[in-house]
Design a protein around this ligand. Structure first.
Ligand code: NAD
Length: 469
């Protein structure tokens, strides 16, 4: 068995304790994660406080150069990182999964290094002269989820470092090894103490969010935890970027080509076996092409192999944890009990090891069903029939979250008009969930606030300062 011990050195926990992390596909042990406590967090904050001023003083060019070297380090260890990620998170090596995620870490580091953020002259009219600058915040806390643990950590770390900050990372309790390994590899190219991962429980996250020495928290996770972080950070008026839960709608217009869009719809909904924040989680299809879309999507979905991530053939894996498996089971069972039509899946093999839930498509489902109104975060997609565009838009906008949305049509201009009426941070046309380090990304409504990526993402990791005069 691979042990990944070379990748897992981190600060020794004061408690001296470790916790065994199990492979969600097989139930076998993957490795031991240190159990860090708030005492370890204090050590990490002290190290960050010591390292940050010299890093800030280096300036943008030298920091960008270091990020490029860090990207090279990720690439040197890419296969080992991907195998660890696959075993801990469950996602297959192939498809848009573990190797793709490690590649994205390097790509985001590079793109962040290349993004320019120059001081902006905001007024220069002969009488008044004012410039807008962005200065380092100091120490940034990065708290992340278990679905894309390495990539989301890279999204948080790269702009924070680039802007001259030190970072303390708090990974999810479910996937600490992947993040510890990524941080270890990045630290091959970074000054000591600048970047530390503290793999504790939610009490460590809560302390990071209230810590007086931490100037900003980048948080990606559930809406409920986001609200807790807002409360914890209130006393220190901390800056926050919150990327929270979503329940993204997709609207298929009557002129779409069912066969042509089926594969895009599939990956929009089922990337990472549905465990993706901005995945398509509710599909609204016009009644004229409803049956055809159901049929084509079922054909594509039925052909996608699910299984152990280390098997090169698979493109779908298990749910990462039993809690999420139970949520998906409950929602699909409730949909079936309500009389909805199961087109595919819905019948997990409870005899096999691992948290595998089959790819599931549910048709003829009411819009008020919990599989539609709650975030399933797994491989089960409800498909809802609609008659008019106004109706579809009202249904899509009917929830209190708004991370992403999509419109599917053969007429891009018509699709853009519909897109403009949707309440979501991003609306994709004929695709769903595609992220790009050059394009800002963030949520509307209770999916959070603040933008990541591109120049907007860099601004979010700086303190704005106006020089007037
Ligand atoms: P979660 O909120 O349960 O946990 C996320 C992190 O918060 C973990 O590291 C956890 O230890 C920490 N945490 C828990 N309680 C805390 C507290 N009181 N204070 C500080 N930290 C605390 O989320 P999850 O189950 O790991 O992730 C799934 C959720 O994340 C889904 O809702 C998904 O939509 C969302 N998500 C959003 C995005 C996005 O970009 N918007 C991306 C990925 C996931």
């Amino acid at each position: 068995m691979e042990t990944f011990t070379d990748l897992l050195t981190s600060i020794a926990p004061v408690s001296g304790e470790t916790r065994t992390i199990f492979d969600p596909a097989t139930g076998t042990a993957v490795g031991e994660a240190p159990v860090h406590t708030v005492e370890d967090l204090e050590q990490a904050v002290a190290a960050a406080t010591a390292a940050q001023p010299a890093w800030a003083a280096l300036g943008h060019d030298a920091r960008s150069a270091a990020l490029l070297k860090a990207a090279d380090a990720v690439e040197r260890s890419a296969e080992e990182l991907a195998r660890l990620l696959s075993r801990e998170q469950g996602k297959p090596l192939n498809g848009p999964n573990a190797r793709f995620e490690v590649g994205a870490c390097a790509a985001w580091l590079r793109a962040t290094a290349a993004t320019r953020l120059d001081p902006e002259t905001v007024v220069d009219d002969g009488e008044t002269y004012a410039e807008l600058h962005y200065k380092p915040i100091g120490i940034v806390g990065a708290i992340g989820p278990w679905n894309w643990p390495m990539m989301i950590t890279a999204w948080q770390i790269a702009p924070a470092l680039r802007m001259g900050n030190a970072v303390v990372v708090k990974p999810s309790e479910y996937t600490p090894l992947s993040v510890l390994a990524l941080v270890k590899v990045l630290n091959e190219e970074l000054p000591e103490g600048l970047l530390t991962a503290v793999s504790g429980g939610r009490e460590v996250g809560a302390r990071l969010a209230e810590h007086p020495a931490v100037g900003k928290v980048m948080f990606t996770g559930s809406t409920a935890t986001g609200k807790a972080i807002i409360r914890s950070s209130a006393d220190t008026v901390k800056r926050l970027t919150l990327e929270l839960g979503g329940n993204d709608a997709g609207i298929v217009l009557p002129d779409a080509d069912p066969k042509g869009i089926a594969e895009g719809l599939f990956w929009g909904a089922f990337i990472n076996t549905g465990q993706t924040c901005a995945a398509l989680k509710r599909l609204y299809v016009h009644e004229d092409i409803y049956e055809a879309v159901c049929e084509e999507l079922t054909k594509v979905a039925a052909a996608m192999p699910m299984g152990n991530g280390l098997d090169e053939n698979n493109v779908l894996g298990p749910l990462q944890n039993r809690q999420q498996y139970d949520i998906v089971t409950r929602l699909v069972d409730a949909a079936r009990d309500s009389g909805a039509r199961i087109l595919l899946g819905g019948n997990p093999d409870t005899g096999q090891p691992g948290h595998f839930y089959p790819t599931t498509l549910v048709a003829d489902i009411d819009n008020t069903n919990p599989l539609v109104t709650e975030e399933q975060f797994g491989p089960a997609l409800p498909i809802i029939r609609y008659s008019t565009i106004d109706e579809a838009i009202a249904l899509a906008n009917g929830l209190d979250v708004g991370l992403g949305a999509s419109v599917w049509s053969s007429d891009t201009a018509a699709a853009r008009k519909v897109a403009a009426r949707l309440e979501a941070g991003t609306v994709w046309i004929n695709k769903h969930g595609a992220v790009d380090p050059r394009i800002p990304f963030g949520g509307a409504k209770q999916s959070g606030y603040g933008l990541e990526f591109g120049a907007e993402g860099l601004k979010a990791l700086g303190v704005p300062q106006v020089i007037n005069g």
